[in-house]
Design a binder for this molecule. Sequence first.
Ligand SMILES: Cc1cc2nc3c(=O)[nH]c(=O)nc-3n(C[C@H](O)[C@H](O)[C@H](O)COP(=O)(O)O)c2cc1C
Length: 180
Amino acid sequence: MPFRETLRALPVFDRELPAFDPSTAPADPLDLFRSWFADALDASVAEPHAVTLSTVDADGLPDARVLILKDVSADGWSVATTTAGSAGAQLLASPVAALSTYWTQLGRQVRVRGRVQEAPPEVSEADFLARSASARARVPAGTWRVFVVRPVSVEFWQAAASRDHVRVRYVRSGEGWTRS
Ligand SMILES: Cc1cc2nc3c(=O)[nH]c(=O)nc-3n(C[C@H](O)[C@H](O)[C@H](O)COP(=O)(O)O)c2cc1C
């Protein structure tokens, strides 16, 4: 069978999925993220804190890889990596990023876009020290950084078996958020 037919034959969202009514979404995307994350834990999603970090290189060419989410707070979404690698180097040179995740069992996607700041040195140091000795040994000395994506937009997308997928997008507006 041609590969495209193998792909075409695969079912998509052919199962019971949670309902989501965007009109009930809270005013702050942080609250919705925490609620959806709790649902992902309840659904035993493997590595629910694995997120795809997209960056751009010096030529504007996008790059992406999976990292572990380290924190989510009013400051933003935090990930950690080494500045000796592509992700860290690209963030230092072009401090903008997108984070995305997909929780298969729930048919839910979250997308975050924003500018990126380095966390304070003590935060990066604490994250580095929390790594195992073997993981620390693989990182060149002094290059581990926590980067915080400060969102300008956060989108939550819920798939439906009926294909009536729904989404809510939060856009930063001053100190608050507008929802659409
Ligand atoms: C589930 C998962 C979690 C990962 N977590 C991290 C992480 O937290 N930090 C990290 O630097 N790399 C992590 N990696 C490895 C990265 O995806 C990537 O291979 C590595 O950071 C080098 O990417 P770069 O060349 O773009 O810098 C993880 C990979 C997977 C699949």
